[in-house]
Design a protein around this ligand. Structure first.
Ligand code: UDP
Length: 256
């Protein structure tokens, strides 16, 4: 068997060379990390769920015209993606105060924000992903003013869409992080959504019980992470129940 070349290994994913130039294979690992790798564990099956959940969200976003790096899911843990040049900035969108904004600004967790707020952090493990402003991003050449505008507009569209999607299944989208990349299309540079969107990079609270259904269960040692991610997948309609089918006749099986 030919071994694929590993292009990059991150905390939760590995990127391999893809079958065609300009493509990569994104592999979802079971590793869970927090506090810049100070806390590390393996949670069996997490990568499989994040692969499916992220696929579902990227396909839906593609359907409403948000450009993404996603091409297709290949198997339980891998998806084929377009190779992009990652913008070294994480874009965080917040609807409700939680996590670092609550600590930084002394706002109680759970407080509805006056409007959706976008924050940027500089992607650097050594520096612990520090919060940066548009001034830093343009002065240091991490992205141009036009690219910042594009990323902000896309992030807000993604937020509106995901807020509605999750609301429909009884989940509040508190905040999320997304990453963007550059691709050349028709000799033009274009910004596309990259990386993943999964419960690893969102805060998702059950509307009725306020239960956390995201990576805070790991960060805060609450346990039950797999059950929570499974419940998100189940409500999105992408997880087949483990119970055997009770239907008698022939069953239509999707081959996708
Ligand atoms: N987030 C992420 N990766 C990071 C930092 C944050 O996916 O490196 C996500 C996190 O899951 C949450 C949102 O971005 O949904 C806001 O995170 P916050 O700034 O509150 O940081 P945290 O409290 O997670 O350190």
């Amino acid at each position: 068997m030919s071994r694929r070349r590993r292009v990059y290994e991150g905390k939760a994913k590995i990127l391999y060379e893809g079958p065609e130039p300009g493509t990569l294979v994104q592999h979802f690992k079971d590793d869970a990390t927090a506090f810049n790798n100070a806390k590390h564990d393996r949670i069996e099956g997490k990568g499989v769920l994040n692969n499916r959940i992220s696929e579902f969200i990227f396909v839906k976003l593609g359907d409403i015209g948000v450009p993404t790096h996603f091409i297709k899911r290949l198997n339980m843990r891998e998806q084929l993606i377009r190779e992009v040049e990652i913008v070294p900035v994480e874009v965080i969108v917040r609807n409700i105060a939680a996590g670092s904004i609550s600590e930084r600004l002394g706002i109680d967790e759970g407080t509805q924000l006056p409007r959706s707020i976008i924050e940027f952090t500089y992607k650097s493990d050594e520096l612990n992903d520090p919060l940066v402003s548009e001034e830093h991003i343009t002065a240091f050449g991490w992205a141009s003013p036009q690219e910042i505008d594009e990323m902000m507009a896309l992030a807000l569209r993604i937020n509106d869409f995901l807020t509605g999607l999750f609301m429909g299944i009884g989940i509040r989208l508190v905040d999320f992080k997304c990453e963007f990349g550059r691709v050349i299309e028709n000799e033009m540079m274009r910004i596309v959504l990259a990386d993943e969107i999964s419960p690893d990079c969102c805060r998702l609270w059950d509307i009725e019980t306020q239960d956390k259904m995201d990576k805070d269960r790991f960060r805060r040692d609450m346990g039950g992470l797999m059950e929570a991610y499974q419940e998100v997948a189940r409500r999105l309609g992408i997880l087949m129940e483990n119970k055997p089918s009770e239907r008698k006749g022939p069953v239509l099986v999707s081959t996708k």
